[in-house]
Design a binder for this molecule. Structure first.
Ligand SMILES: N[C@@H](CCC(=O)N[C@@H](CS)C(=O)NCC(=O)O)C(=O)O
Length: 358
């Protein structure tokens, strides 16, 4: 698939054209068998995905902890596990996923064109993307904020010290816009260097072509571990924005949006109920009606979604609960070692909260 030639999707006019026209400049709609949106429109995306017998999932592919190729040549990460959880719910098989790497600029047009069934890619939920870009967002899977990384030996400790410095960022992101907003508030003049490719941006930073690089803090942490000397780089304390990262699907298909929403909720609810991959079997004989309902033994909750009633059980069996997913990719045993912070359950002081499974 080739999205490199696509124009920036933020313009209102272009975005509406891209939705109404069959994406003339994007070759992928014709060469992907399921690439047209027609089937999805006629039967609904859920049926199309079931017919395809796989989920087409748009990811970054460049972010350790979120989506990256591992040593075995398979994608792994928190964003990847969202796709695996959907495949587990749909097919009882988390491997039925085709991963489509998308850069920041091309991600929305790929969803609008129907070239991916879902975008699970460190994407911030904003009003403009929800409306102008015609996306429907699932619950937030990672509460993030924008940060700034500098070389330790630069002595820079705050944004204010970046006066007249060069700052690398990436096109088509909230990052680019927040940077402008924050620096104008602080009355700091800086030189932005904007890249389309994430690797080019971090290479420029590593080679000293920019004094600082800004992005989601999770991303800075993720890419910091890939730098030659991670410890020579620091992420400043300044919090520049709210970046609630959430999966997204195309607007206009409520059933599909519901499926994705409740798959994410299921991972959170499982953690709240203390049901995990290891102990799942012990819950199948539970007399607790809440557990029975969640695992599909009571009240047929999957039916209304078009899923099997044991969809939540399938997710836990194959992928685990949210806490397991987090720990596997971002937790203390990983190189990233990101504290859970706001990404903790609401009952433990965080922001993760699933509406009831009832
Ligand atoms: N969360 C922000 C930033 C996400 C983002 O796409 N960041 C860029 C780097 S600043 C990225 O991940 N690029 C990966 C890529 O292009 O493969 C957004 O949704 O705009």
């Amino acid at each position: 698939m080739q999205y490199k030639s696509m124009v920036r999707p933020f313009s209102l006019l272009l975005a509406s054209l891209l939705v109404t026209l069959p994406l003339v400049s994007c070759s992928s709609s014709s060469d992907s068998p399921a690439g047209t949106n027609n089937e999805a429109k006629a039967k609904g995306r859920l049926q199309q995905v079931l017919n395809q017998n796989k989920l087409r999932c748009g990811i970054s592919g460049e972010l350790p902890g979120f989506s990256v190729l591992d040593d075995q040549g398979t994608y792994s990460g928190l964003d990847v596990d969202v796709c695996r959880a959907i495949a587990a719910a749909l097919f009882d098989d988390p491997t039925k996923v085709e991963y489509v790497p998308l850069n920041a600029k091309e991600r929305f047009t790929a969803v609008q064109a129907g070239d991916v069934d879902i975008l699970s890619r460190n994407t911030t939920w904003t009003v403009d993307r929800d409306s102008t870009n015609q996306l429907a967002f699932a619950p937030v899977v990672f509460y993030d904020s924008q940060g700034m990384m500098v070389k330790k030996d630069s002595g820079i400790t705050s944004l204010k010290e970046l006066q007249n410095r060069t700052i690398c960022t990436q096109t088509g992101t909230t990052t680019e816009k927040n940077l402008a907003d924050q620096m104008s508030k602080l009355k700091v003049t800086y030189k932005p260097v904007v890249y389309e490719d994430i690797n080019a941006a971090y290479a420029a930073y590593a080679e000293g072509r920019c004094d600082a690089i800004t992005s989601d803090r999770s991303q800075l942490a993720s890419r910091r571990v890939k730098l030659a000397n991670p410890d020579s780089n620091v992420i400043l304390e300044d919090v520049m924005s709210k970046e609630p990262l959430a999966p997204a699907v195309a607007d206009g298909d409520a059933q599909w949006a519901d499926v994705v929403r409740w798959v994410v909720n299921a991972t959170i609810e499982a953690e709240e109920l203390n049901i995990n991959q290891k102990n799942l079997a012990t819950f199948t004989t539970s007399q607790d009606p809440v557990v029975q309902r969640f695992l599909g033994q009571k009240d047929a909750l999957g039916k209304g979604l078009g899923l099997s009633d044991d969809f939540a059980s399938r997710i836990v069996k194959h992928v685990g609960n949210y806490g397991e997913i987090y720990d596997r990719h971002l937790g203390p045993q990983t190189k990233l070692n990101l504290p859970r912070g706001q990404n903790q359950l609401w009952s433990k002081g965080g922001l993760l909260y699933s509406p009831p499974f009832r």
